[in-house]
Design a protein around this ligand. Structure first.
Ligand code: TLP
Length: 350
C-alpha cells in the first residue's frame, strides 16, 4: 500500500532497526539509560536549549509543557485550528484545569500579534490569568504551513513584554526549517535553532517525517525540564529501558533531518499532478512542506469517503479531513514511483 494518510505511519528504517537491537539501555526513571541521555543531550544541543526530555508522544509533550507553565485556572492562548486545541482530547483542560482561549489562525498558521495582545487579560479577580501562548510550526491543519523566524521573534518579544511564556508545538519543526532553507538558503539545523530561540519550550516529534517508530522531545531550560520530568512521571510516561526507542531517535536526528527536502519536492510533484486532474481542487498555497490539501469539485458525485475507498482498492491510502476534503502527506517511504502511482490511481478513480 502507498500510505499517504500521514507521516506518522512511517516504519523504522533498517539502520534504526539495527540501532534498536544493539542499543545499550538502563532504567531511564533513574536517569540511567545511556542511549536516552545521549538523545536528550543531542536534541538540546541541536536546538540551543539547556535540556531535553524524551517523551512517548507529541501529545504528551505538549500536555507536559502546559502543565509545567500553567497552574489550574490559568489561561493559555491557542489557535482555533491548533493540534493542541483540536486533537489532544482536551487534555490541558481535563487533566490540567487550564482554560483555553482560541484565537483565529492566520493563513500561515500563526496568531496575529494584535489578537494576542488584545487577548491578554488585565489583573482582575473575575478573570483567569493569561499565562502562556502556544504556537504550532509547521501548522498541520492550516496546510503544513510555516511561520518565519521573524514572526517567532515578534511573538517572543510580545510575550516577554507581558511576562507570558511561549510553547511551540514543533511536531514538524525540521520541515519548517527545511522550507525556510528552500526559500532563503542556509542550514536546516541553524534555522531550526533560530525558530525556537524565542520560545521557552518546544516539542518536536521523531515519529513523523523523521521516521522513528515512537517518541518526541520536549526542550527548554534546566529548571523547566526538571519539572517536566516530574509531570511526565505523574502522567505515567516514565519509561524504563527505553533506550531501544531512543536508539532509533538518534538515527533519526543524525540521518533523517537533511533529507526532508525530498519529501517537500515529492509533495510539489504530487500537487502538480493532482492539479491537472478534473474534479480535484487543490488549496491555493498547497504544498508548503510535506502536506497536500485538496477537495472534490462540486460536480463530483462522490464524497471523500467514497473516493478514498476506491483509491484503497488501487493500493493508495489518503487522509480524509472533511466531507469532501483530503490530506496527503509525503514521507520517507513515498518514493517517486509511489507519487506517479498515486496520480494514476486518482486519474482512474475520478
Ligand atoms: N498529528 C497527527 C494526527 O493526530 C492528526 C497527524 O497525522 O498529523 N502536534 C502536531 C502538529 C501533530 O500533527 C501531531 C500529530 C501531534 C502534535 C501529536 O503527536 P502524537 O501523535 O505523537 O501524539
Amino acid at each position: 500500500m502507498i500510505d499517504l494518510r500521514s507521516d506518522t505511519v512511517t516504519q523504522p528504517t533498517e539502520a534504526m532497526r539495527r540501532a534498536m537491537a544493539a542499543a545499550e539501555v538502563g532504567d531511564d526513571v533513574y536517569g540511567e539509560d545511556p542511549t536516552v541521555n545521549r538523545l536528550q543531550e543531542m536534541a538540546a544541543a541541536m536546538l540551543g536549549k539547556e535540556a531535553a526530555l524524551f517523551v512517548p508522544s507529541g501529545t504528551m509533550g505538549n500536555l507536559i509543557a502546559v502543565l509545567v507553565h500553567c497552574q489550574r485556572g490559568d489561561e493559555v492562548l491557542v489557535g482555533e485550528k491548533s493540534h493542541t486545541f483540536l486533537f489532544e482530547a482536551g487534555g490541558i483542560s481535563a487533566l490540567g484545569g487550564v482554560h483555553s482561549r482560541q484565537l483565529p489562525n492566520r493563513a500561515d498558521g500563526g496568531l496575529a500579534l494584535e489578537d494576542i495582545q488584545r487577548s491578554i487579560r488585565p489583573e482582575d479577580v473575575h478573570q483567569p490569568p493569561t499565562r502562556l501562548i502556544c504556537l504550532e510550526n509547521t501548522h498541520n491543519f492550516c496546510g503544513g504551513t510555516v511561520q518565519s523566524v521573524e514572526y517567532m521573534r515578534q511573538v517572543g518579544q510580545l510575550a516577554q513584554e507581558y511576562g507570558l511564556k511561549v510553547h511551540l508545538d514543533g511536531a514538524r519543526l525540521f520541515n519548517a526549517a527545511t522550507a525556510i532553507v528552500e526559500q532563503q538558503g542556509g542550514e536546516v539545523r541553524k534555522v531550526a535553532r533560530e525558530l525556537v530561540e524565542p520560545v521557552d519550550s518546544l516539542m518536536f516529534c521523531l515519529s513523523k517525517g523523521l521516521c522513528a517508530p515512537v517518541g518526541s522531545l520536549l526542550c527548554g531550560s534546566e529548571a523547566f525540564i526538571r519539572e517536566a520530568r516530574r509531570v511526565r512521571k505523574m502522567l505515567g510516561g516514565g519509561m524504563r529501558q527505553v533506550g531501544v526507542l531512543a536508539a532509533a531517535g538518534l538515527v533519526a536526528l543524525e540521518s533523517m533531518v537533511d533529507r526532508l527536502h525530498e519529501d517537500h519536492r515529492r509533495a510539489r510533484r504530487l500537487a502538480e499532478g493532482l492539479r491537472a486532474i478534473p474534479g480535484l481542487v487543490l488549496d491555493a498555497m498547497t504544498p508548503v512542506t510535506n502536506m497536500v490539501f485538496l477537495s472534490l469539485a462540486t460536480d463530483v458525485p462522490w464524497n471523500a469517503a467514497q473516493v478514498a475507498a476506491r483509491l484503497r482498492e488501487k493500493g493508495v491510502l489518503v487522509g480524509k479531513v472533511g466531507e469532501r476534503r483530503f490530506r496527503l502527506v509525503t514521507h520517507y517511504w513515498i518514493d517517486d514511483a509511489a507519487v506517479e502511482r498515486t496520480l494514476q490511481a486518482f486519474r482512474e478513480v475520478l
